[in-house]
Ligand binder design. Structure first.
Ligand code: SF4
Length: 466
């Protein structure tokens, strides 16, 4: 590594790295490493000098080509096609490494002197990016402790520890305690170089640009759906103090001009009157002109007409409802009549098909694609844009065991097998059928958008004549 270090040395306490993604697809739909950014915020507050290196940063000026940005701060990640793992050869899609080229990564870390490195990853089957980094730091910075956190580390700890055991000379620790306790522990080991930062918000300001900020106002979910990891990750449902959430929104909006905020909550609408309701009333009172997005689904059962109206006037422009299934329902989070009632309320409040969508889960064991098509048509009838989400069995959930029985892969052996694009719960995926339902979903979304645009135009003309 010595020959790489040609720049002047910047001494910091800690280096935090968000790894590459190896996958068939990955989009910047409000996708930021929230846990790593939260850790960065807590470390800064204690006076540690840190450096964030997000290998997915779509705004890096030295990426081989500039990336298109889309509405509300979303966009693409830089990607390079790579050979796919041999067991995915039946999947008619290309495989990519998302994030900056390796050379640029080397350039980014050359000249940095750090006491420890922190790595994190989210989706369980995105671990290859993490493994490349573990290998790199263990070999080239063998005296530097490596700390690993994130959802993969929590859900697939044995798999991670098995990998780490190959690096017996390196100091690698998997973080298991809550972040605040972990930071306290670090303080006993490392002395901060700098002064305490005034805020401990997730450190979005360490990015070159802040097209949006991700908010997490609660941890966990009171429900326990058999395909979801929420209960395993957060056994208890906890909500933040609403006014603290508003202060955070106001901070990013006023100090950095951020308009778009995406909620990562699993259960944003639970306890509405005392939580989100208070937050939104205060956003209105403080006259914050912001937009809100819910890439994680909302619970339709809590959307009364009052809730819908408040969502609308406070700036929600992306509403995604969790419906999942129309036939063969798997959970108790919403009934079809509650869903229909919520849709009706949202429409009365003024939400259009561009803003209003619902997730449908498919690719379940023994999937019946006729049922998926019927579910898509059900949403079309309701004028709700359908978004298909491919089922990925999550270790430790009840549906994982069922998926393992029907899968063509030994799912427990390697999280890579659970990649959603591989339709891992299906023994013989019918790629033609899969393509057909994806196209049907796209066509319905397009038709709904066009008809709502036309209705808007007609209404505007009528308004003009009046
Ligand atoms: S309601 Fe949503 S977040 Fe809660 S357990 Fe079910 S799928 Fe998970």
């Amino acid at each position: 590594m010595g020959a790489l270090f040609v720049q002047s040395v910047k001494e910091i306490d800690f280096l935090l790295v968000n790894p590459w993604i190896y996958d068939f697809s990955a989009h910047d739909f409000w996708l930021r490493p929230y846990g790593l950014l939260k850790l960065a915020g807590l470390l800064r507050k204690e006076g540690y000098k840190i450096h964030l290196l997000d290998l997915l940063d779509p705004f890096h000026p030295e990426l081989p080509k500039p990336l298109k940005r889309k509405a509300y701060g979303t966009g693409h990640f830089y990607k390079e096609a790579i050979p796919k793992p041999h067991f995915f050869r039946d999947i008619p899609r290309r495989y990519f490494r998302y994030g900056m080229p390796f050379k640029l990564f080397l350039k980014e870390i050359s000249g940095l002197k750090f006491k420890a490195v922190f790595l994190s990853t989210t989706m369980t089957y995105w671990y290859p990016g993490l493994f490349v980094l573990i290998d790199f730091f263990a070999r080239n910075f063998s005296d530097t402790p490596i700390f690993i956190s994130g959802i993969y580390a929590k859900l697939c700890r044995a798999h991670l520890e098995d990998f780490i055991s190959r690096y017996s000379w390196a100091q690698i620790e998997v973080v298991s305690e809550p972040m605040e306790d972990f930071v306290k522990k670090l303080k006993r080991q490392f002395l901060p170089k700098g002064d305490p930062h005034p805020f401990d918000y997730p450190a979005f300001d360490l990015y070159r640009e802040i097209p949006y900020v991700v908010m997490l106002t609660s941890l966990g979910c009171p429900f326990n759906c058999p395909y979801c990891a929420s209960k395993k990750l957060y056994p208890h449902f906890i909500q933040k103090e609403p006014l603290k959430v508003v202060e955070e929104i106001e901070f990013w909006h006023k100090k950095y001009g951020v308009i778009d905020f995406a909620f990562y909550d699993d259960a944003l609408l639970v306890n509405f009157e005392k939580h989100l309701g208070v937050i939104l009333e205060e956003v209105l009172k403080r006259n914050l002109k912001v937009r809100f997005h819910t890439p994680n689904a909302l619970h339709a059962r809590f959307i009364t007409i009052e809730v819908a109206k408040l969502l609308k006037i406070s700036g929600f422009v992306t509403i995604r409802l969790g419906l999942e299934r129309v036939e063969d329902r798997l959970d108790e989070k919403v009934t079809l009549s509650e869903f229909e009632e919520a849709v009706s309320n949202l429409k009365k409040a003024g939400f259009t098909p561009r803003e209003l969508g619902a997730y449908l889960l498919y690719g379940l064991p023994e999937e019946d694609f006729e049922k998926v098509e019927r579910a898509l048509n059900y949403l079309y009838e309701l004028r709700v844009s359908p978004y298909l989400s491919e089922f990925s069995p999550i270790p430790g959930t009840p549906l994982f065991d069922e998926a393992e029985k029907s899968s063509r892969y030994p799912l427990s052996e390697d999280p890579l097998f659970t990649n959603k694009s591989a339709f891992p719960a299906l023994r013989n995926p019918d790629w033609k059928k899969i393509h057909q339902v994806k196209n049907l979903a796209k066509t319905i979304r397009k038709t709904l958008l066009e008809s709502s645009a036309q209705a808007f135009q007609e209404a505007s003309c009528l308004g003009g004549k009046g």
